[in-house]
Ligand binder design. Structure first.
Ligand code: DGP
Length: 220
């Protein structure tokens, strides 16, 4: 029996990620396919509550410490992700480790240091990056109140996402122009993932390890 596909959806704030992942969930369900939608940070766990307080500026933490909490928040769901995939369920993640690297590196932390705690997490079969310019985001009403929702930081985050994308093959990392209508973006997103509905026959890979073929020089 094939395993379920692991699909990550990444993007800048205001890129419409949440709308698109919800839409994906609905489409898979309508096709009679088991799907589980996960969101990172998962603010419901004990670690997630610390992250939530930090993002709302109700607490202060060293940049390294909050980075490790974001990573720990993914690790606490890693076994669940693997189990679901092995049961044949498609897992769609609203943000994953690439946000971790992009946001922390945008604050000035070393890119490879940022990757380290997420090395060997379950690797997505495909990552869809919803790309939007800060100007378009402003047209959509601008950013919100949370800590990272500032135009200058978002610009840096976008640059780092673009650098990360260069490390992946075109099949594994798909950049979607998210500055268009919801319907156009949804049509593109579906066209990239509908092939995964039938499941995946290759084994689940581990993020940023040698057997994940996008970055051979890492972890040598
Ligand atoms: P969201 O709930 O999708 O709005 O994400 C909350 C904010 O946290 C958003 O500005 C992106 C940022 N973020 C998400 N994951 C990580 C991470 O792993 N590390 C860091 N530093 N920031 C993250």
């Amino acid at each position: 029996m094939p395993r379920g596909a692991f699909i990550a959806v990444e993007g800048l704030d205001r890129s419409g990620k949440t709308t698109q992942v919800t839409n994906l969930e609905t489409r898979f369900q309508a096709a009679g396919i088991d799907v589980k939608l996960l969101k990172f940070p998962d603010r419901t766990t004990a670690i997630g509550k610390m992250i939530d307080a930090y993002l709302r500026s109700q607490s202060e933490l060293d940049d390294h410490a909050i980075h490790l909490l974001f990573s720990a928040n993914r690790w606490e769901l890693a076994t669940t992700i693997e189990r679901l995939l092995n049961e044949g369920t498609i897992v769609v993640c609203d943000r994953y480790a690439f946000s971790g690297v992009a946001f922390s590196a945008a604050k000035g932390l070393d890119l490879d240091w940022c990757r380290s705690p997420d090395v060997s997490l379950p690797a997505p079969d495909v990552t869809l990056f919803l790309d939007i310019s800060p100007e378009k985001a402003r047209e959509r009403g601008g950013y919100g109140e949370e800590r990272y929702e500032k135009e200058e930081l978002q610009r840096k985050v976008r640059t780092i996402f673009s650098k990360i994308s260069g490390e992946f093959s075109a099949e594994k990392w798909v950049t979607v122009d998210a500055g268009r209508s919801q319907e156009d973006v949804a049509a593109d997103v579906w066209s990239f993932v509908e092939g995964f509905a039938a499941g995946v026959h290759s084994p689940l890979q581990r993020l940023w390890t040698r057997n994940e073929n996008e970055r051979d020089s890492f972890n040598t």
